[in-house]
Design a protein around this ligand. Structure first.
Ligand code: 5GP
Ligand code: MN
Length: 322
């Protein structure tokens, strides 16, 4: 089925000239690594490609090839395309321009390339592989299938996606296939050192101090066997940090021993919205179901949501209040 869909995708690409590539809000290494790799393929094929992400890419991704071509401003998006492709978007709303997309004309519709468990298949063509570690892994399979020669720049882009989404080859997304593909990307010349420097060994003292504040705030719900903590705008301000500084804390909570069922990090950035990040390492817990209940989604072991409200500590637990 996948092979067939990849072939269909490539037929659409060959018959298209103007192509719009999209990825999700708050882009992570996988979003960025996969959109940049797809962008490079389309540029090589002489397509007229516009890559869009509603949020600017965090600066630590500047080592990736093609970042300078990404557009964040809505007025760069034209009204008509031959093809629209979303990458790493578990839902169309994750682009944060869902309404705008619906107004666009696209000759061959929308192709949804993703690996999230809760992806509803919103594309006209869906290449959604839940068993893939990352969207970058799917892009790798697509490039291989169409016989595109991956160079060291693309290899670095793709390996960034695999490394970030597998939590440096530690979480449940780490599979034999993801390690095999990573190994092939290293053989091609992916810059492993640079990836680690930019994504792992990149925390400033202030960032670690923030982690300290957030870790100290942990509370434990014995009934749900859940660990909860929170990060506030005032924490960021006190350390002169931006929102990105809390990236990584939710994954770090996976270091908890498995008598804890799951963890949740709640972020209150004073916008009136609370962002929740859920993590588990247990096979008998599916956090995507909890995220879905809050209107979000994601993977069984890592998912998220965003709801209206603000955070309050009530009876020793962090609560979202209206
Ligand atoms: P994070 O907690 O790192 O923001 O997200 C964990 C995973 O859940 C990511 O793969 C992310 O794409 C997904 N996710 C986070 N928030 C949402 C959301 O509001 N809706 C959906 N569908 N997926 C989300
Ligand atoms: Mn991903």
């Amino acid at each position: 089925m996948y092979d067939e869909n990849i072939k269909k995708f490539f037929d659409l690409v060959e018959n298209s000239q103007k192509i719009l590539l999209l990825t999700h809000r708050n882009p992570d290494g996988d979003a960025i690594g996969s959109i940049l790799s797809m962008q490079k393929l389309l540029i090589t094929l002489n397509k007229d490609v516009l890559s869009f992400c509603v949020d600017a890419f965090p600066e630590n991704f500047n080592y990736l090839h093609g970042v300078n071509l990404i557009k964040n401003s809505l007025d760069k998006i034209e009204n008509e395309y031959d093809l629209i492709v979303t990458l790493d978007c578990g839902d169309l709303y994750m682009t944060k321009i869902e309404e705008k997309i619906k107004t666009l004309k696209s000759k061959f519709g929308l192709v949804n390339i993703d690996h999230h468990f809760t992806n509803p298949g919103f594309g006209d063509l869906n290449i959604v592989m839940n068993e893939a570690s990352s969207t970058a892994e799917i892009v790798y399979l697509i490039l291989k299938k169409i016989g595109y020669e991956i160079n060291s720049d693309i290899a670095t882009n793709l390996l960034t996606g695999i490394i970030t989404d597998t939590g440096n080859f530690t979480n449940n997304a780490t599979t034999k296939q993801s390690i095999e593909i990573a190994s092939k990307l290293l053989e091609i010349g992916a810059n492993f050192k640079e990836i680690l420097k930019a994504n792992v060994y990149n925390k400033t003292i202030s960032v670690l101090k923030l982690w300290g504040i957030v870790l100290k705030r942990i509370v434990y719900n014995t009934e749900l066997q859940m660990v909860e903590t929170a990060v506030f705008e005032s924490d960021l301000k006190s350390l002169d940090l931006d929102n990105e500084a809390s990236e990584g804390i939710s994954n770090y909570l996976n270091n908890l021993s498995s008598d804890i069922k799951f963890s949740i990090l709640l972020k209150d950035n004073e916008s009136g919205k609370i962002k929740g990040s859920l993590r588990t390492t247990r096979d008998d817990v599916d956090v995507s179901q909890i995220a879905l209940a809050f209107g979000g989604g994601g993977h069984r072991k890592a998912s998220g949501f965003e709801v209206d409200g603000r955070l309050e500590l009530k009876n020793g637990m962090w609560k979202i209040v209206g």
